[in-house]
Each structure stands twice: as C-alpha cells, then as structure tokens.
Ligand binder design. Structure first.
Ligand SMILES: [Mg+2]
Length: 234
C-alpha cells in the first residue's frame, strides 16, 4: 500500500499509458512495404527489422536519457544502425522513411489495456499529470490522437523543462505545477531508472508498471502488472 494519502498522480507516457511497441510496430509494418524494404530484406524480414529497430531504439534512448547523445543522433542512428546490423548499406536508408515514421507513429492511438478506464476512475479523485522524457512535438500529437489530453491537468515534457527524468528537478517542477508536496504525489512508470528511482529520489512514492513481469529486485516501490491494478492502490 502507499504510505501517504495522495492528491496528485503523475504518469509516464511512453510504454506506460501509450503502447509504444504496438504503435511503432503498426507504423513500421506499413512503411516497410511502402518503402519496398521487402526487396532488401524479404517479405518475411519485417519481424527481424522491427525487433532490431526496437533494440537499437531502446539502446539509443538509454544513451539519450543519460546525456550521451542528442536528439538528432538518436533519430539518425536508430534506423541506420538497424540497416547495418541486418547487413544492408546504412547509406541506402531513405531519410523520408524516418520523416514518415515520425509523422505517422505518434498519430497511432493504441493505449495499454484499461488506460482510459483507469484514468476515468482516477480523474474524479486526484489531479492527474504527465511527465515525459519524450520529444515535445511527438508527445503533443500522441496525447491528442489517443484521447489522453482530456484527463491531464499538466503535461510536463523534459524537452521544454530542460531536464530529463530521473533528475529530481523535473519532479520538483511537476510538484509545483500540481501544487502538492512530494508526499501527496505518486509516480507511475515503466522505467526503473527514470520513473521509479527518479521519483523516489525526489521524495515521491513510485509504482513500477511492469506488464511483462520483468525481474525487479529493486526495493522501495510498488509493482503493478496492469493499469487496472491502480484502482486497488488509489
Ligand atoms: Mg516510459
């Protein structure tokens, strides 16, 4: 159980409410055939293309989150590295593919199961806020196209604030916007480093959203497998 009564609930966006993997998969499947990547990797190569892309994207986001690469490098490298890894010439990767991906993917509306039902329940009891390390334009499109926008009083985006989770400064900024003290807030997110440790470091209780049941040996926070579990905690 949570230790203190809450007034504000902070949510992460990607991989917590917005089903990044499903939305990205749908987009990549469509673009793979539009850009005739089947002629390079075969029509059955779409799965390994997507899996390889996700791995590279995740690795590069890790570097971005720790300040080791910038936004431009992240975007330039994730597909080029995928091409290289799959044995294709990275120079052959069409820049327009990345542009289309950035334009189409954030418009995909898929959320995790029970996201809207849970927000509907929480909305009447708490003020709700988003804290995202995503990019400003992508976040804005995602929350509008998925219908999330109507549930949140504040959307805190690291690119605008100038600091990334897990920096306590972004949580302090969110607390100020929500007009609550740390004990009155709880953070829900899928990333143990950025969301969970970040929140705990700012004195905010944390709930780890762990739909895949990944091994979690870190202490000091609660775990949920489904967003609907939040109704038991809040
Ligand atoms: Mg996330």
């Amino acid at each position: 159980m949570l230790k203190h009564p809450k007034k504000a609930v902070f949510f992460d966006l990607d991989h917590t409410l917005w089903d990044f993997d499903r939305n990205a998969r749908e987009t990549l499947e469509e673009l793979y055939f539009v850009y005739r990547f089947d002629e390079i990797f075969g029509s059955s190569g779409v799965d390994s293309f997507i899996i390889t892309y996700h791995r590279n994207n995740q690795r590069l986001w890790g570097l971005y989150n720790t300040g080791q690469i910038d936004k431009a490098s992240l975007r330039e490298k994730r597909f080029r590295d995928t091409f290289t890894e799959l044995g294709a010439d990275p120079e052959a990767f069409p820049q327009k593919f990345e542009e289309d991906y950035l334009s189409i993917c954030p418009r995909k509306p898929h959320l995790f199961p029970y996201a809207l039902e849970t927000l509907e329940y929480l909305k009447t009891r708490y003020s709700l806020h988003l804290i995202s390390n995503g990019f400003r334009e992508a976040c804005t499109v995602k929350i509008h196209h998925s219908g999330l926008i109507s549930y949140f009083d504040n959307v805190v985006i690291s690119e605008i604030v100038g600091v990334l989770k897990p920096d306590p400064a972004i949580f302090a900024h969110a607390l100020g916007k929500a007009r609550v003290v740390a004990a009155e807030a709880v953070m829900i997110g899928d990333n143990l480093e950025a969301d969970v440790k970040g929140a705990l470091g700012a004195g905010i209780e944390a709930v780890y959203f762990n739909p895949g049941g990944k091994q979690d040996l870190a202490g000091g926070h609660l775990d949920i497998r489904c967003l609907s579990d939040l109704r038991k905690l809040l």
